[in-house]
Structures are given as structure tokens and as C-alpha cells.
Write a protein that binds this ligand. Structure first.
Ligand SMILES: [Fe+2]
Ligand SMILES: [Fe+2]
Length: 377
């Protein structure tokens, strides 16, 4: 399909191959050329996909360096974006295309885990929001939740470990709340009374756990901002970061595996009474998941305040001190229902156990997860 104009361009490009590949890598040149032909109507969607596929399979490589990001990540990303524009039923009924999409995700994940070179990693991060926003979730294939968690583990392990910690703390708080004050959870998952909350205990805890696990998904496309270590965030960086609840809610709402958890992501930095926090404009009290948002907010704060390893802006408080602070701010910043169960000795002991023993276990589990992926690759 390469026409005469392109032949001329390639001839010039090949004259000083190495230098030119540094300026505009070959695959990027081809991508620009093909895109131009597609957008100007010279190629149909099927022809465009055919050419992209050829480029992808021929040039993707396991070198994980800057130039290989173009054929191995950007070309398949372009394929995904083009697939998205096609009729979804037609796409999903095509077994070959479904497998191809799965293969693309496995390959992108390999890159995310292996790109250790700083330039390759920066280029990857630059396109990361696109990868997240153009994910195609197929039943039986890789879910958006799995993709998100894996990317988090690879790109920013502290946020991944934090998410797991908030998941475990929320799970514990939710089960203690069902046992001691089920009325507080009425309405969640459509429950009509406390009896129903108790009878659907397992489902409720699982739902709360997942919501907590995904609460910071909005940080994935802004990994380079949260990567700052050793200094406080600058105002513009903090401004960006403050959007992570909205970004997270938008991302989660796009996919079947995560859509029901968008309110939890949206509300987890708002005060219990809605008087402060961010983002503005979200009526936390109107959400059916309000009791779970209250749980995740407290779990989030418990982990963030006590962690001394993964966070750049925390010196690490003792469990007893942060539990006291939560009680002091109940009714305004924190839910009085959740704060009340923290008074039960069994509950505070379990929270302390999660923040110490479980945290160490989470760190080593995360290490094993990343190592397992690297070995698999
Ligand atoms: Fe957050
Ligand atoms: Fe968080």
C-alpha cells in the first residue's frame, strides 16, 4: 500500500537511519503516514486496521526501550481506538479480533512492567491516560479492574499497596458495622432494612472491598504527578492531583466491572457532612453508597496517616493517635456511625493489626506480584 510519496520519504529517512530513528522512530513515521491516509479517506477502517496490524506484528519487540514503545504500545493503542469506533456487536462477535484485543493488553502490560529505561517509561506514561480511556472490556477477557490494578502495581507500587490496605481496612470496618449497627448500611445495594443488610452480609462486604480497592484509580493517569518524592507537591501539581476523584469516577463508570463503584471514587475526599473536601459539586448525601463512602474515607485516612514507607507527605502517626483524631472529627469530617465502632476494643485491635502485620504482608505480596509478572514476561 506504500505509495510513491512514501517511498521517497523512506529513502531519505533510511539514508541516516540511526539518527533519523532517534528523531522520528520508523514506526512513528509509518503511523503518521497511515493515520493521514485514513483520515483523508484514502483508507477504509478495515484497510487501516490491516496496515496497523502488519506494523504491530512485524515490529513489536521485547527490547522495552524508547523506540520500541511506538510499535509495541502506540500502534496497538491506535488499533484499540479504531476498534472503538466500530460497531461493538460486530467487534465482539469476531473471535479473532477479541483475541487480538486480549493479546494487545497482555503486551501493553508486559511493557508497563518491563520498561525500566527512563525515556521509555516517560513515553509510556505520556500515553497512559489514552490506554486507560480506550480500554475495551470483553466479557470473559481481561477486566478493566484487573488492568487498572496491574498497571498500578507496575507503575506506582505504593499506590497499589495503599489501595490493597484501604480494601482490607474497609472490609473489616464494613463487617464490624454489619455486626454491630446494620441499620447504618441500610439502602446500600438496594437493601430495605437492617435484616436484609445482615442476610446479604457477604455480598455487602465484597462490594465495599472492591469499591475501596478502586478508590484511587483516578491516580493512574496522573502517575507522573504522584511520583514526586522527597519534596512537597507544588501548587499546580496538587491542583492536578485533586482531580483524581473525578478522573477515577469517570474511568470506573465506563466499564461493566467497575461502573457501580464510581460514587465511592468520587466521594472519598469529601467530608461526611459535605461541608469540605474535594471535588465540589458532588452531593455526597444523595449517593446510595454514602455509608460505604464513609467507610472508605476513614480507611483511606487510617492507611495514609500511618504509612511511613509509601507516602511522600506523611511522617507516620500511631494508630491510637489517628483513631483519636477520627473520633474528634466525627459528625463533620467522619461518619459518627463508623467512628462509634472504633470504640469497640476488638475493632481497634483489628485495625491496628491490619496497619502493622497486614501492611508488611501487603508489601511482600505486592513484591511477589510484580516479580511474578516480570518472570512470566
Ligand atoms: Fe484518594
Ligand atoms: Fe487513597
Amino acid at each position: 500500500m506504500i505509495d510513491e510519496d512514501m517511498e521517497e520519504m523512506l529513502k531519505i529517512w533510511r539514508r541516516d537511519l540511526e539518527r533519523n530513528d532517534d528523531v522520528v522512530p520508523f514506526c512513528n513515521l509509518m503511523l503518521l503516514y497511515l493515520r493521514n491516509h485514513y483520515f483523508s479517506g484514502k483508507l477504509t477502517t478495515d484497510e487501516y486496521l490491516f496496515e496497523l496490524r502488519k506494523l504491530y506484528y512485524e515490529y513489536r519487540s521485547e527490547s522495552y526501550d524508547f523506540n520500541s514503545v511506538f510499535p509495541s504500545v502506540l500502534v496497538p493503542l491506535e488499533m484499540l481506538i479504531t476498534y472503538e469506533s466500530m460497531d461493538r456487536d460486530r467487534l465482539l462477535s469476531d473471535k479473532e479480533k477479541r483475541q487480538e484485543i486480549e493479546d494487545i493488553y497482555r503486551w501493553i502490560l508486559r511493557y508497563v512492567f518491563h520498561a525500566q529505561n527512563k525515556e521509555a517509561f516517560s513515553l509510556l506514561l505520556e500515553y497512559f491516560s489514552e490506554i486507560m480511556y480506550h480500554f475495551i472490556e470483553i466479557e470473559g477477557g481481561m477486566s478493566f479492574s484487573d488492568m487498572g490494578l496491574s498497571c498500578m502495581a507496575a507503575l506506582h507500587p505504593p499506590t497499589y499497596i495503599h489501595s490493597r490496605m484501604v480494601g482490607e481496612l474497609s472490609k473489616a470496618l464494613c463487617s464490624f458495622l454489619i455486626d454491630n449497627d446494620p441499620k447504618a448500611l441500610t439502602g446500600v445495594l438496594g437493601t430495605e432494612d437492617e435484616k436484609e443488610v445482615v442476610s446479604r452480609r457477604k455480598e455487602m462486604i465484597d462490594y465495599c472491598y472492591k469499591g475501596a480497592l478502586y478508590h484511587d484509580f483516578g491516580k493512574i493517569p496522573m502517575i507522573d504527578t504522584i511520583f514526586v518524592y522527597g519534596r512537597k507537591l507544588l501548587d499546580p501539581e496538587f491542583f492536578l492531583l485533586k482531580h483524581h476523584p473525578i478522573v477515577g469516577a469517570n474511568l470506573l463508570s465506563r466499564y461493566a466491572s467497575t461502573s457501580s463503584f464510581s460514587d465511592i471514587a468520587m466521594g472519598h475526599h469529601l467530608f461526611y457532612d459535605g461541608s469540605k473536601g474535594y471535588p465540589g459539586g458532588f452531593d455526597i448525601s444523595a449517593s446510595p453508597d454514602k455509608p460505604l463512602i464513609d467507610i472508605v474515607t476513614i480507611a483511606d485516612c487510617l492507611d495514609a496517616a500511618t504509612d511511613t514507607v509509601g507516602r511522600s507527605y506523611s511522617s507516620g502517626k500511631r494508630t491510637i493517635d489517628i483513631l483519636r483524631e477520627i473520633k474528634e472529627e466525627k459528625g463533620t469530617r467522619y461518619s459518627p456511625d463508623v467512628a462509634a465502632i472504633l470504640d469497640i476494643p476488638e475493632v481497634s485491635a483489628e485495625i491496628d493489626r491490619i496497619l502493622t502485620e497486614e501492611r508488611s504482608r501487603n508489601y511482600s505480596d505486592a513484591f511477589d506480584f510484580i516479580k511474578g509478572f516480570l518472570n512470566e514476561g
